[in-house]
Design a protein around this ligand. Structure first.
Ligand code: SAM
Length: 276
């Protein structure tokens, strides 16, 4: 990789003025054979030419321009700069993740959490993943942890990849997927472990998570937290809502996953829950 950046600059400096060469992206993310490139506005007129050179030097089939992630389904809106489509299979920690990188998020920064979930899962236990995505967190639990998984995903488009990934990783016998809003999931008092891998409004789903959890179950509660509220939050909000619903909680562990925005962190807390 040491030679990649000089090679890209060399090729493009034949075609672009020197001040633009200084602005070429030095960092990028590769998911399967798709590249996500952050491009400054000054490079807009040359974006397709630049993308083509990155694609050739890095040997990827598609290049997307990095954009935002937003909305209920946490969809990406990455512009296609080079190639025909952004559907790819990304392999991480022995798991195959098929996805459309142009529309579905896959955060390299969450890798530690995906690896951790593979280790905390226990054979035979029942995990309910309330925000499954393409199986980001729960596929490792089914594949490596041999846990049984109920994976709930509301977006019909993302759900298609979740179903494919269950088959690609050959865990159909342990993992079942539902294309519903998790608030409509009927199971109560069933899970040994509940995954709440969602940010922003995760607290709104705490009552549902509590009703899915068995006595003594562990809930992996994710949320984004402004730095000034840490380390009290996000645990205090979880405990307050749990108590309002007749539960007592025990904090087992807390981890910062990544910087989410300036002064805001993505945090996960593991909590054990008991009925009062
Ligand atoms: N949990 C994975 C992780 O942490 O890497 C994937 C996270 S992704 C940001 C969250 C997923 O939850 C999205 O695919 C979104 O469509 C889904 N989602 C959002 N609201 C939901 C709801 N009410 N019920 C089920 N799925 C929902």
């Amino acid at each position: 990789t040491q030679l990649i950046k000089p090679r890209i600059r060399e090729i493009l400096s034949r075609e672009l003025p020197g001040e633009l060469i200084q602005m070429l992206p030095k960092h990028w993310v590769q998911i399967g054979d798709v590249l996500i490139l952050p491009l400054r506005p000054e490079l807009e007129p040359h974006k397709h030419q630049i993308a083509e050179v990155y694609a050739q030097v890095l040997g990827v089939k598609t290049v997307l321009r990095k954009g935002r992630i937003g909305g209920e389904f946490r969809e990406t809106n990455y512009e296609l700069l080079y190639g025909n489509d952004a559907i790819t299979v990304h392999v991480e920690n022995g798991i195959k993740y098929k996805l459309d990188v142009a529309r579905i998020m896959f955060s390299p920064a969450n890798v530690k959490e995906r690896v951790r979930m593979a280790k905390v899962a226990k054979p035979g236990e029942l995990v309910v993943d309330m925000f499954a995505g393409i199986g980001h967190l729960s596929l490792p639990m089914a594949v490596h942890g041999k846990a049984r998984v109920i994976a709930i995903e509301k977006s019909p488009y993302t759900f298609r990849f979740l179903v494919e990934n269950i088959e690609l990783n050959r865990v159909q016998d342990r993992m079942t997927a539902y294309n519903i809003d998790n608030r409509d999931f009927p199971g109560e008092d069933i899970a040994d472990r509940v995954l709440m891998g969602y940010v922003g409004k995760t607290h709104e789903f705490i009552p549902k998570a509590l009703s899915i959890a068995k006595e003594g179950a562990v809930i992996h509660y994710h949320n984004t937290v402004p730095e000034r509220l840490m380390p009290r939050e996000p645990f205090e909000t979880f405990r307050r809502i749990a108590r309002e619903h007749g539960y007592e909680v025990e904090k087992l562990n807390e981890l910062v996953i990544k910087r989410y925005a300036p002064g805001v962190w993505h945090v996960v807390v593991d909590v054990r829950v008991f009925k009062k």
